[in-house]
Ligand binder design. Structure first.
Ligand code: HEC
Length: 136
């Protein structure tokens, strides 16, 4: 009888503990793509430039735009565009940002010229600007 009680207690404690650890810390839950996690310029935005833009926007890039890692942020945020009116990136205002205008093709035509980036990539840049275009 004692043994059975002790075994039952052990079982209850074990399941209570595992129930606890199953839930985890809600702050550590990874958000869905395009969800609540803030966009990181270095790890979310720059890789898009690296893969899609550097062929034409590296050293001495087209339209004077150098998007290489370590240089791109300073060349974009609060910097006047060469081929359009306005700044390339206006922190917090995607509609006013020439960078986002060009990614969505309007006005000025698509960047890259061969056709639009996947929408998920456009959204990363849009979210990054909306969140204040941080150097994060
Ligand atoms: C095949 C070459 C090529 C690729 C790839 C390319 N661009 Fe361009 N880009 C150009 C050329 C040429 C211009 C200048 C003519 C124009 O404004 O359309 C330009 C202009 C721009 C401008 C306007 C700059 C200004 O000061 O007015 C932006 C912004 C831009 N590109 C962003 C990008 C981004 C971001 C990517 C990658 C997603 C990209 N481009 C990929 C060739 C390219």
């Amino acid at each position: 009888m004692r043994g059975a009680k002790a075994a039952l207690l052990t079982l209850m404690i074990a399941s209570a503990l595992s129930g606890c650890s199953d839930h985890g810390d809600p702050l550590e839950v990874e958000g869905p793509p395009g969800g609540q996690d803030p966009v990181s310029f270095a790890s979310d935005v720059q890789p898009i430039f690296d893969a899609q833009c550097l062929g034409c926007h590296g050293a001495g890039g087209n339209a004077g735009l150098d998007l290489r890692s370590g240089l791109s942020y300073a060349n974009l945020v609060g910097v006047a565009a060469n081929n359009s009116a306005g700044d390339l990136v206006v922190a917090g205002d995607g509609l006013a940002s020439v960078l986002l205008q060009r990614l969505t093709g309007n006005p000025g035509g698509f960047m890259p010229p061969a056709g639009p980036l996947p929408e998920s990539n456009q959204e990363i840049v849009a979210d990054w600007i909306a969140e204040g275009a941080l150097d994060n």
